[in-house]
Design a protein around this ligand. Structure first.
Ligand code: ATP
Ligand code: SKM
Ligand code: MG
Length: 176
């Protein structure tokens, strides 16, 4: 079974996912990194050159493959839930955790970042609020569990995820 993390840019999918995989001693896979390996350039360059829709097509193909992988932690791109196929594959093939944060907290974390194409706009906080209002229902629909990430450290979030997985029976206690 795969364990996938969904959430807005900056919610900690890569950071928390990497630690979670280490804790469970299973491979960690980041779909953004897999996409970059496939397109041979950064996602930002690809967005500029080919546009978002073409990026989403490639993301859908890559997620179809990665969500079928068993026994790994999969960190997804922030917009992975936009396509119905992705929501369905992630939810039905494993356990999905939504790392939920406020747009204000995410803006604070990413205000100096230049790698996330959707935030390279004049008013990134407003953009983050728009992304939140469109995507929050989609993250909820895709996820089996929702975790508020505002205050807890990365290590605490990992403990909370392991506990949720154990309680749901997805993770035998002996694996922890
Ligand atoms: N729980 C947390 N508390 C404080 N800082 C955090 C937490 N989780 C992540 N961060 C920090 O926020 C930044 C963004 O985290 P990360 O790259 O893991 O987000 P992401 O969800 O993978 O984003 P993207 O969707 O753009 O790939 C990093 O600098 C990371 O160290
Ligand atoms: O929120 C988004 O739509 C994105 C988030 C990143 O993880 C990348 O997948 C890409 O920059 C698009
Ligand atoms: Mg990431």
């Amino acid at each position: 079974m795969s364990i996938s993390l969904v959430g807005l840019p900056g919610s900690g999918k890569t950071t928390v996912g990497r630690q979670l995989a280490r804790r469970l001693r299973i491979p960690f896979v980041d779909s953004d990194h897999a996409i970059e390996a496939r397109i041979g350039c950064s996602i930002r360059e690809f967005f500029d050159r080919e546009g978002e829709s073409r990026f989403r097509d490639i993301e859908e193909e890559v997620l179809d493959t990665l969500s079928a992988d068993v026994n790994c932690v999969l960190s997804t791109g922030g917009g992975a839930v936009l396509r119905p196929n992705n929501r369905h594959h992630l939810h039905s093939r494993g356990k999905v955790i939504y790392l939920k944060s406020t747009p204000e907290e995410l803006f604070r974390r990413l205000r100096h970042d230049v790698s996330r194409p959707l935030l390279q706009v004049a008013d990134p906080l407003s953009r983050m609020r728009e992304l939140f209002s469109v995507r929050d229902p989609l993250y909820r629909e895709t996820a089996h569990f929702v975790l508020e990430t505002g205050r807890p450290s990365v290590a605490t979030l990992v403990n909370m995820i392991v506990m949720q997985l154990e309680l749901s029976g997805a993770l035998p206690s002996a694996d922890v």
